[in-house]
Design a protein around this ligand. Structure first.
Ligand SMILES: Cc1ncc(COP(=O)(O)O)c(C=O)c1O
Length: 480
């Protein structure tokens, strides 16, 4: 592998190389166990004599930074103590005045490195059930396609095959009719929100969003300088009458309100569309996990009801495949299409073509539909197991909120239990539970827990919740 070192002048060459390699090991840029180029390769690369690089390697080996294996090469030593991370930036640093320095921790839902044994974290899917063999075939296909390509930048809106696959999937599965030309492939839903805000909201203008709502959406709107106005939700979804008249953009999750779970009623959907048309605002419909419906009939998407061209429909493969894939898409109202493509191009040219080609093949060959059917069945069983406990042995403490869609659901905590106390009690039983407090902005938080079941199987759901119920019951008996 290449190691990037910079040589200034022709003086003290060994010292320059030594200091840079040592610093790389100490701050972790050169990882433990990583193979270094041979002394011959490095000498050639840097235009120095072989003796110079040999001397440097010998010194670093003698000092314990590197180790050599006869006939195999030279490696970064395994047991290096790392330097402490640099101290926080002083208040006078260039970044200190920027909006980024003041943002709350960007994406708070990242799971812990060492998760509890029974973890109900949201935002994860079950990779153990993903058909990696089929995916491998699709990736090999994508490699073959890529090997034939010209080695140049591609269409910022994405590869045609994937856009066609997405358009036809949406038409058949989500009743969202679009032409493939309208689909813009993004790095997850998050980039779709980023681009939509950039092209339709100026700094200082108002973006309205549901309260409680999806924190990463709030953060991206704020990061781009928008004034984010929280709007309450009730059992029918966003309270349209409470929208600020000057909102340029309204962000909603109509299929499965994030986090509470109820769908937006048809009446509210129509009221929101009418409001947006009257106020010249853009409505962003985030349909992040509507694929998994367990009860009732699907309600029409805002996009399919939109006759005035005010809705941007956003979707993602983060829930149907896994979040690391980083593929999402947006179908904007037609007049925003070219600005959105430009914003995508200016930001990152386009998304990775290899992932796009593999995903297109995965969809067009029917693997995606098959995977969705399998996951639907699996998640239905997990949801049923979860509800069995919430309505059974956990009923004295928790009440599930109505929710027919998705891979998480919320349970309200019955008074006088307190959210953080419940989470602490659960953690003591190795059960990972997650609260709702951080998702409310202007409304008083209603105590509740968000149960993700994308990453926990039926057996673990039963075992974890039975443990939790008996621990809570034990405490009740102690108190009696
Ligand atoms: C409301 C909402 N939107 C979107 C997403 C997915 O975002 P992305 O596609 O950026 O991974 C999630 C994932 O948890 C979500 O909860």
């Amino acid at each position: 592998m290449d190691v990037h070192l910079t040589i200034h002048g022709r003086q003290g060459l060994a010292g320059q190389i030594y200091r840079q390699l040592r610093a790389g090991v100490m701050d972790g840029r050169l990882a433990p166990g990583q193979r270094l180029p041979s002394t011959r390769e490095l000498a050639l690369q840097l235009g120095v004599s072989r003796k110079t690089t040999l001397d440097v390697f010998e010194r670093l080996i003698a000092e314990g930074y590197l180790r050599s294996r006869a006939g195999d090469g030279t490696f970064v030593a395994d047991a290096m103590t790392r330097l402490a991370p640099p101290p926080p930036m002083p208040a006078t640093s260039p970044a200190a005045g920027s909006i980024w320095a003041r943002l709350e921790d960007a994406l708070p839902m990242t799971p812990a490195d060492t998760p509890p044994a029974y973890d109900f974290v949201g935002g994860v899917t079950d990779k153990s059930l993903f058909p990696f063999d089929q995916w491998r075939r699709c990736v090999s296909h994508a490699l073959r396609v890529q090997a034939r390509g010209r080695g140049t930048y591609r269409d910022p809106a994405g590869e045609q095959e994937l856009r066609q696959a997405v358009a036809s999937y949406l038409a058949f599965s989500r009743a969202v009719v679009s032409h493939w030309h309208e689909v813009v492939i993004t790095q997850g839903a998050q980039q779709a929100l980023d681009l939509l805000t950039k092209v339709s909201v100026r700094p200082g203008e108002v973006v309205a969003m549901e309260d409680p709502g999806y924190p990463p959406a709030r953060i991206i709107f704020a990061a781009l300088g928008a004034q984010v106005v929280p709007v309450p939700v009730d059992e029918e979804g966003l309270v349209v009458d409470a929208l600020p008249a000057n909102a340029r953009m309204v962000y909603v999750t109509p299929s499965h309100q994030f986090p509470l779970g109820m769908p937006m009623s048809l009446e509210r959907r129509l009221a929101l569309l009418e409001w947006a048309q009257r106020h010249g605002a853009l409505v962003v419909e985030d349909d992040y996990d509507g694929e998994f419906r367990f009860e009732g009939r699907p309600m029409e998407s805002l996009k399919s009801l939109d006759t005035a061209g005010v809705v941007a429909y956003v979707g993602t493969f983060s829930k149907t495949i896994f979040p690391e894939l980083r593929v999402g898409y947006v179908i904007p109202p037609a007049p925003l299409g070219s600005a959105l493509r430009r914003a995508k191009q200016v930001g990152d040219w386009h998304s990775c073509t290899m992932t796009q080609a593999a995903l297109a093949k995965f969809m067009l060959d029917g693997y995606f539909a098959k995977h969705l059917r399998r996951m639907h069945k699996e998640y239905a069983a997990r949801r049923a197991a979860l509800l069995e406990h919430l309505r059974g042995d956990l009923a004295p403490w928790l009440t599930p909120l109505p929710c027919a869609v998705g891979i998480h659901l919320v349970a309200a905590i019955r008074a006088p239990q307190d959210e953080s106390d419940m989470i602490r009690r659960a953690a003591a039983e190795s059960v990972g539970l997650y609260g709702m407090a951080g998702m409310f902005v202007s409304q008083a938080p209603r105590p509740g827990l968000l149960f993700g079941y994308g990453g926990i199987g039926v057996t673990a759901i039963h075992a974890g919740l039975a443990r939790l119920a008996s621990a809570l019951a034990g405490r009740r008996q102690d108190a009696a």
